[in-house]
Design a protein around this ligand. Structure first.
Ligand code: ZN
Length: 410
């Protein structure tokens, strides 16, 4: 705890571990019996309420592009946090749902807690993928990615308030509405909050059996257009410039830049070109997915892509795109932050491990601002974006307990 604060560079006089433990041990609710030293039973007892709340969120479907739908859940979330005594700011958007900035506590220093309430599922998905509980799992669109995470934060904060636990920093929850399409309207707002924050906790789903994500690759997409010259494939073959042949050369070249050791991957994910078989094709296109583990690699690959030159005489190339999501690198401060989380989990009696993943999230923006960032603090489960999306119920109490401890000790 002290170790973490000393290196966070943004802390002033953090309470010692001892005072935190004491405050949890000696605190009494309304002057009554002391609360338990672990929080898991406390949240275990609230499971019915937690699931009821999650069901309400899930049954308001929120596809990113449907502003009205997203805003209706935004209204519910805003109301819930307002009732807890938070200052809620609704940041209006034209195209996407309004972003929600929720603040609790006082002081200059802040801790950023980040998540989104848009989903990839269309309105009407509930008809085929209804809310249901089976084998200790709760199923439904957006359960795992990531409405449960917002609810975990709500119950953690409610417990903090109900129990009168002291905070060391102001908490800023930022709930955005366009994560699933790359956060075009919230990226700058998130970056601005991250710059002001001692740390960022991203409540996206965990990995596997609850792993915390301490690094994420950066990513982007390029479109390569090849232009040749149309000609009759039988009569004028020699006069034609085959755009498909040109793009085929380029595809092999691009794929060869993949380097697993450095964490750089390029995947040509879509190609099209030509018209009919007896015409030498004039145009062809390829769409390329790029992932990088290091910022320098993003720059290097961008340069290579834009520097592509044609192989065939008289062919032309045009490249669009870039790598807008910077990698979330596993910095020294992130490691300290993770170790802190690990200790808190141990105090609750469970183990916490970490992993690096290829997918991006808004955590990438936070890390790019130099803010120590932990991602995947949300639910344990599986099936993000798929029809078997679910949250493991037995792990809910420990995840909320961990969030409560993070919120009160960083
Ligand atoms: Zn998500």
């Amino acid at each position: 705890m002290r170790f973490w604060s000393a290196l966070s560079g943004k802390a002033t006089v953090p309470p010692t571990t001892q005072t935190i433990v004491q405050s949890e041990r000696t605190f009494t609710k309304n002057g009554g019996t002391p609360l338990s030293t672990t929080w898991i039973p406390y949240f275990q007892a609230q499971l019915d309420d937690i699931l009821k709340e999650l069901r309400e969120y899930v049954e308001i479907e929120t596809p990113t592009h449907d502003k009205q739908a997203v805003d209706s859940l935004g209204g519910v979330i805003a109301e819930r946090f307002r009732k807890l005594g938070c200052r809620v700011e609704r940041i209006e958007q034209q195209q996407f749902g309004d972003q929600l900035r929720v603040e609790y506590g006082e002081g200059e220093e802040q801790l950023l807690i980040l998540g989104h309430f848009d989903t990839v599922k269309e309105i009407g998905t509930l008809a085929t993928e209804p809310w249901r509980i089976e084998d200790g799992r709760v199923y439904g669109p957006g359960t795992y990615d990531m409405k449960a995470g917002i609810i975990f934060c709500y119950f953690a904060l409610k417990a903090i308030i109900d129990s009168g636990l002291p905070l060391t920093k102001k908490l800023v929850f930022f709930w955005n509405t366009d994560e699933e399409v790359g956060s075009p309207s919230s990226e700058q707002l998130i970056r601005a909050e991250a710059r002001k924050s001692a740390a960022a906790l991203v409540i996206e789903p965990s990995f596997g059996n609850g792993l915390i994500k301490t690094s994420r690759k950066g990513g982007g997409e390029f479109t390569l257009h090849a232009k040749g010259k149309a000609a009759h494939a039988g009569n004028d073959h020699a006069k034609g410039v085959n755009a498909i042949e040109e793009i085929a050369h380029q595809i092999v070249r691009i794929q060869s830049w993949t380097n697993y050791d450095s964490g750089t991957t390029l995947s040509v994910g879509k190609i099209n070109g030509g018209t009919v078989s007896n015409v030498v094709p004039e145009a062809a296109h390829a769409i390329i997915d790029v992932r990088v583990s290091k910022r320098e690699e993003a720059e290097r690959i961008t340069k290579l892509m834009h520097g592509l030159t044609p192989v065939l005489p008289h062919a032309e190339l045009q490249v669009e795109g870039g790598i807008p999501k910077p990698p979330m690198e596993r910095s020294e401060k992130t490691v300290l932050l993770f170790k802190h989380a690990q200790r808190l989990a141990a105090e609750e009696g469970f183990t916490l491990d970490e992993i690096g993943v290829g997918g991006t999230s808004d955590g990438n923006f936070c890390a790019d601002e130099g803010t120590p960032t932990l991602d995947g603090l949300g639910p344990v489960g599986d099936g993000a974006h798929a029809s078997h999306e679910h949250v493991l119920i037995s792990a809910i109490p420990e995840r909320i307990a961990l969030l409560l401890r993070m919120m009160t000790t960083l």
